[in-house]
Design a protein around this ligand. Sequence first.
Ligand code: TMP
Length: 241
Amino acid sequence: MSTSTALYEGKAKRVFPTDDPDQVLFEYKDDATAFNGVKHETFSGKGELNNRLSAHLLQAVARAGVPTHFIRLVSERQQLCRKVEIIPLEVILRNRAAGSMAKRLGLDEGTPLKTTVVEYSYKNDALGDPLIAADHAVAIGAATFAEIGVMERCTRVVNRILGQLFLDVGIELIDFKLEFGRTASGEVVLADEISPDTCRLWDVTTSERFDKDRFRKDLAPLLEGYREVLRRLEAQEGVSQ
Ligand code: TMP
């Protein structure tokens, strides 16, 4: 655990400064929240699992050429990352209707889509992270059109890479949320985390949920799902080495 004062504390992470002004330490907490923090529980070991899962997934997309903030794992719940200014948008990609999209449009969870959906939410807890158009994001100065273009292209590459990586271990990537940031030089890079907190992950044959919906909807013990994802990914890695 770091002893310096956090630069930022979110619901599931803390970010600490380092001696290098261009690098920060991400520390994953054991907390899980849902519905804008209204539902909250602590799960011993969640921070370690998400630290490992997020490192694994960020490295996989980096190998495919997507620039990310990840540098290296530092400890069981900490990773060293490039310091970025977070762009206040959540970029969500959906391969099937689920969650808020299913609810908003009156669709069954898991309904197939005729096209992949990329959507944006404005990161603002007071407003409840509202769904916005890309034009809104530019209009309020959250990002430029050029940055939106970079984020959307990266998000589609992430979908291709992680969709296949998960399919190889019998998991379907239903949807996910990404965040991006600007480095000191203005480069837009993938930031934050990729984990079962930020993706919907369903077993290909049984449709069992391995992600945070286990907690959001009280479906099943949370960490058993996260452990299963990590177990399958690590087993697959062992095979491919
Ligand atoms: P949604 O269907 O609730 O809009 O969620 C879409 C995806 O985004 C899903 O994979 C979960 C993820 N997500 C986050 O990572 N953080 C959030 O605050 C929310 C609401 C969703």
